[in-house]
Design a protein around this ligand. Structure first.
Ligand SMILES: [Fe+2]
Length: 382
């Protein structure tokens, strides 16, 4: 999540309680990270994928009981998987060990295949990008923790991006996990807020008037600004050309939301347009975005100037919650500020997709069903 310090200051100023507060911490304990379980057999159709983000290693994590009760065949971590926030590798590894020592996390790792990408806080620093000096040793620590097999091409990439294919033709699921940190050019701030006090005064006024409050960031109009970098763009085009019936693209930041003022693809409009164009050029059908970071869950939908209606299911956080309403012109229904995870259920026989956000305790807070065949371009686009 962006700018935790600013949010803490805001929270104090606004006398909000509960949201995002960090736990008092637990005694540090070393815990070896178990190797990644083998994924579902490549030949078997996969039907249930759970995902989530923003899990603080020092807080209680009751959500894992609900995740396991949903019986996912795969769990995807979309970043801020720990709050490292350090330039010290030993500190980062200590915080990973705290996550590994969480009983619920251990049950997940013992029972369910896991794939992960990162966001700023496990990359290393709040809202950091390509300039972060520890990005390569921290990238290797990430791959070690998540059990990346020796010899995997992922060890040699300029980021932690990866992909996997599951299931036979006709029921083939592609999972693509992007890296929005390793190559990202710095984010732009809105010039309307010369300092935090001005921003906070404006926030108080907007909230008093009952209006949603955007974050402090702006769109970056620089044509060279990028989140992915050229190697990852080339790789992504190659992935999108692979045959698949459904493609879940995991992005640590929201792909469609417009305009929250927090970190998002909307702040890199050329990158965002390039992503839609990549889907159009490659003829990749069946794309659905999964995202995290925001500390609430929601669904966004965009159906203009794109090859076909695009959906972005945001689940955040597994432990972190942000209760101040945030604008998003593409939101479908409500945002759900509660500890939550996302669930993707695929009915291959009916070619239906069911997307949901489930709150801690297991209750469904958002459900959206769509035909897989609706996630396809009209032939005029191809
Ligand atoms: Fe984040």
């Amino acid at each position: 999540m962006q700018d935790e310090g600013r949010r803490n200051a805001l929270r104090a100023a606004l006398a909000l309680s509960g949201a995002c507060l960090l736990g008092a911490g637990r005694p540090l304990q070393a815990a070896p990270s178990s190797p990644l379980l083998a994924g579902p057999p490549a030949g078997a159709a996969i039907q249930r994928i759970a995902f989530g983000s923003c899990v603080h290693q020092a807080r209680p994590q009751p959500i894992w009981d609900d995740v396991l009760a949903a019986k996912p065949e795969l769990f995807v971590f979309l970043g801020d998987n720990i709050y490292g926030d350090t330039r010290d590798l030993a500190v980062l590894e200590r915080e990973y060990a705290r996550l590994a020592a969480q009983p619920g996390f251990q049950r997940l790792r013992a029972s369910t295949p896991v794939l992960a990408t990162w966001d700023d806080h496990d990359f290393g620093e709040n809202d950091a990008g390509a300039e972060f000096p520890m990005k390569e040793p921290f990238r290797q620590a990430f791959l070690r923790f998540w059990g990346e097999p020796e010899g995997s091409p992922r060890w040699t990439r300029d980021g932690v991006y990866t992909s996997a294919l599951f299931g036979p033709p006709g029921q083939r699921l592609q999972l693509i996990l992007l890296d929005l940190r390793y190559n990202r050019t710095p984010i732009s701030r809105q010039i309307a807020f010369p300092d935090d006090r001005v921003y906070e005064r404006w926030v108080r006024r907007e909230l008093a008037a009952g209006r949603a409050v955007p974050g402090p960031y702006a769109r970056n109009p620089d044509p060279a600004a990028t989140q992915l970098g050229e190697r990852q763009w080339t790789w992504l085009h190659e992935q999108l050309r692979q045959p698949a019936d459904l493609r879940l693209i995991g992005s640590s930041l929201q792909v469609l939301a417009d305009f929250t003022g927090w970190e998002a693809w909307a702040n890199y409009p050329r990158d965002q347009a390039r992503l839609f164009e990549a889907i159009r050029q490659t003829g990749a059908q069946g794309v659905v975005f999964l995202s995290g970071d925001m500390h609430y869950g929601e669904l966004s939908r965009l159906d203009v100037n794109v090859p076909y209606p695009l959906l972005d299911l945001t689940s955040s956080g597994l432990t972190e919650v942000w209760t101040i309403p945030v604008p998003n012109a593409l939101r479908v229904g409500e945002a759900h500020a509660v500890e939550n995870f996302g669930l993707v259920e695929i009915d291959w026989s009916q070619r239906r997709l069911r997307l949901s956000i489930r709150a801690v305790g297991g209750a469904e807070r958002l459900v959206h069903e769509v035909s897989i065949d609706a996630l396809a371009a009209a032939s005029a686009w191809l």
